[in-house]
Design a protein around this ligand. Sequence first.
Ligand SMILES: [Zn+2]
Length: 347
Amino acid sequence: MPPPPRLPSLAVLPLPNRGLGVIARTPIPRGTRIFSEHPLLALRHDQDASDVYAASRLLTQEQRAVLMGLSGNGAESSLEGVGGRERRAWRWLHVGPRLGTKTELMRLWKFPTVRRLKRHMAVLSIFRSNAFDLGNAATWQQAVFPTISRLNHACVPNAQGNFHEGTGKFNVHTIRDVQEGEEVTLNYLQEVGMVRNARREKLSKGYGFECGCPACDLGMERGRVGEKRRVEMQRTLGEYARGVGEGQPGGVGEKEKELRTFEAFIEMFEGEGIAGRELAAMYFESSRLHKALGNHDEALRCADKGLFIDEDCLGTDHAIYQTGRETVEALRSLAVSEGPLRAVAAG
Ligand SMILES: [Zn+2]
């Protein structure tokens, strides 16, 4: 069994058609740090999927039991991007020995026994189905966590995980108020603003499930409106990408165009209920552009908004939050130093 969640207000429970999930036993306000865990099994930037099994051999028996208690998507499609050795081994196990004799294959792929090969593939499958992409984390590229990996996916989730370099832990915060009895969810996909089909294909291939979250349900008004917004957003983004470089580089026109694209993103995110780091980043980008265009009040307003969102999703102990606070303070002192000039001009 996985270790108990850190807060008594959460429970890991079986859910209809969703395997296990994490449920709030009491209301949880937004901005609450609900999990903070070290990786159970992780890959460094210089490692790849073929190193997963070797890394798993370093776990204690207890850690290994927690790992093997997570569920894996055993489909071949989940091995996308994995080296040929593992893919051939998968086919040999599933398609059958007509691909070669056991002895030949064991010698060729350096698996001492079929039992070892099966264990290797089981660990790999669990890792591929449960690992989080840690993006820009300095040490790790991907990691599985003891309890956090139990959280299910939603395309518009109510929680978000961010890696804290200082503590080496992955912190999960609620990014909106969570009701009693509600499932706590994370977005497994890195890319934001993806349309329904693209999201579903990635989830089905990588994690082996058909997403049935409200954002994917086109039978409901909410799903349809959200999908329309995302399609529109992708179109705006495409137009922006095509338009880049047409104007004078770094010119006012280019900056205004960039600003409008970020504003469109913010509108879509907020309309969809997407919060967290990606929304905060859009506000900070808008702030940077407003500042460059000389709109210092707007620059401060956007940075303030970004910082407020970062406080909820990262916590005040995160380096990104602290950088954001410095940005806000610098903009505030700029506004103060400009104050008297403006008063003179107005007088
Ligand atoms: Zn979905």
